[in-house]
Design a protein around this ligand. Structure first.
Ligand SMILES: [Zn+2]
Length: 494
């Protein structure tokens, strides 16, 4: 699908249309032509014959024109007949602020990412990429919710700006941000592109892209900017090269720490001496068969440690390892003996993590055989397409294998690990991939593999509408889990 987006203004609108006609004849024909900018409806009425052009969409025009074009104002999501979806907000920062709630509610309901997102203003996250102005934080969440392949803005009349591509971690889609300059600016005022309408991961997309980290994963930049720029001796502004700031989360604000007052204690299933078990926010799995709860849970050390092995004394014999192993086995036992399910455990061991945890996910027995195929597929996708992601190379071991335990028991190793329990009665298989701590890592990798295996593409994101649960539902989940788990709980067994 070939698309053209142009930035017009009222004074030159009719000249713009003539230019677009020429472009369409020369570089087109385009499937759709989108025009952004402040144009009056009376001007649009004088547009003349546009029958040789495809459907015209005008964003942000004042008033209602009488001619046959699609006029979009305010904010919303428009789905074209050919399924192209366009999210948009033509609002100024002030208007965004006034309609903040309605705006978020609107985009929160989206089930799938949009193809294109059009906004007058820049989000603060993309504004941080070129540092000319601050953008608006009001759009950060909206863009994150819509996860467009192309985010087109037109708030800066005098500059054309195109970001390097980045990846939405949840959907694995490649995204770009572009600001199109005004028609009269002598800068680039139109942008033509091909849009691949196949949603989701495509196997034939193997070209290497110069990707940047998603600006939407970056911490707020405001303070960073003011400290990075300062006035030098001869009154010149000196901009220090940006340093990578390590994320630092204190136990008082960590979601997994008991010292944090806002820890969601209604989600806790069982508490041990050095670790605890909770249900998760936005579970991947859903109740199945006799299991009347999702079954997806987290096993978390009580101590605020980024990885399992941070160099504790006699790590492999420590109470932490003993207790977490017992907890893990007890859930695996429940899944298998009571609900006839296999289990997958996923964990990231990285010195750059915040608070270590293991994800425990029940998997129907007939699917567990396909785990390796699911892992291979996601691996191929990760390693082929994202050349600045850590290249993952999984090795398969038995969980009692000496070579594997050597990796686990070395506090210096950083690794991803899947533990696959076909039943609770045999020694599980471990798939482990080491990586360098400074490499970019797909934090969703584990959930992505499990979602692919379970054929739950809509549940990859924990915060997608399909997965989110109310507090009441979470309380129910915890109660049902506790009921199913009672006879296996290591804390009531003793
Ligand atoms: Zn913590």
């Amino acid at each position: 699908m070939k698309l053209l987006i142009a930035h017009g203004n009222d004074a030159s609108f009719l000249t713009l249309i003539e230019k677009i006609k020429k472009l369409n004849a020369k570089a087109g024909p385009f499937t759709h032509i989108l025009i952004v900018g402040d144009v009056k409806s009376e001007t649009i009425d004088n547009i003349g014959d546009v029958s040789d052009l495809p459907t015209l969409y005008i964003f942000g025009a004042e008033g209602e024109s009488t001619i046959d074009i699609v006029q979009l104002n305010g904010f919303g999501v428009y789905e074209c007949q050919d399924k192209l979806t366009i999210g948009y907000t033509t609002q100024t920062t002030k208007q965004l602020n006034e309609s903040k709630k309605a705006l978020w509610n609107k985009f929160k309901q989206l089930e799938d990412p949009v193809d294109i997102f059009i906004s007058r203003e820049w989000s603060s996250k993309v504004a941080a990429l070129n540092e000319l102005f601050s953008g608006t934080e009001l759009l950060d969440n909206v863009v994150k919710m819509t996860q467009p392949k192309y985010h087109i803005a037109y708030g800066d009349n005098n500059h054309y700006f195109e970001s390097k591509p980045f990846i939405w971690e949840d959907s694995n889609e490649i995204s770009r941000f572009i600001n199109i300059a005004d028609f009269d600016s002598a800068k680039k005022w139109a942008y033509a592109f091909n849009l691949d309408m196949i949603k989701g991961e495509s196997d034939n997309c193997t070209k290497k892209l110069d990707l940047i980290d998603s600006p939407y994963n970056a911490p707020s930049q405001k303070r960073a900017l003011s400290t990075d720029k300062h006035i030098g001796d001869n009154n010149k502004v000196i901009v220090e090269p940006k340093q990578k700031r390590a994320k630092k989360v204190l136990p008082s604000t960590c979601h997994f720490c008991f010292t944090n007052a806002s820890l969601a204690d209604h989600m806790i299933i069982s508490i041990g001496n050095s670790s605890y078990l909770t249900i998760v926010k936005g579970p991947l799995t859903t109740p199945k068969g006799d299991m009347d709860f999702s079954g997806h849970c987290l096993l978390i050390p009580i101590e605020h440690i980024p990885k399992y092995n941070v160099g504790q004394d006699k790590f492999s014999e420590s109470t932490l390892v003993k207790e977490m192993t017992d907890y893990e086995n007890s859930v695996v036992k429940m899944n298998y003996r009571k609900f006839d399910m296999s289990t997958i455990v996923f964990e990231i061991n990285s010195e750059r993590s915040i608070h270590f945890h293991k994800q425990i996910i029940p998997v129907p027995k007939y699917l567990i055989m396909k785990f390796e195929a699911a892992l291979d597929r996601q691996l191929h996708f990760n390693n082929e397409n994202f050349f600045n992601n850590a290249k993952l190379n999984f090795k398969k071991y038995s969980s009692t294998n000496g070579e594997y335990l050597k990796i686990r028991d070395d506090p210096k190793s950083n690794y991803l690990q899947f533990t696959v329990y076909e039943t609770s009665e045999v020694v599980p298989k471990v798939y482990i991939a080491m990586f360098q701590s400074d490499m970019r890592l797909d934090l969703q990798f584990g959930r992505r593999v499990a979602a692919f295996l379970l054929k739950l593409p809509k549940r990859i994101k924990w915060d997608s509408p399909a997965c989110l649960q109310s507090k009441e539902q979470e309380i129910m989940e915890t109660e049902h889990f506790q009921k199913g788990y009672k006879e296996f709980d290591i804390m009531t067994q003793i």
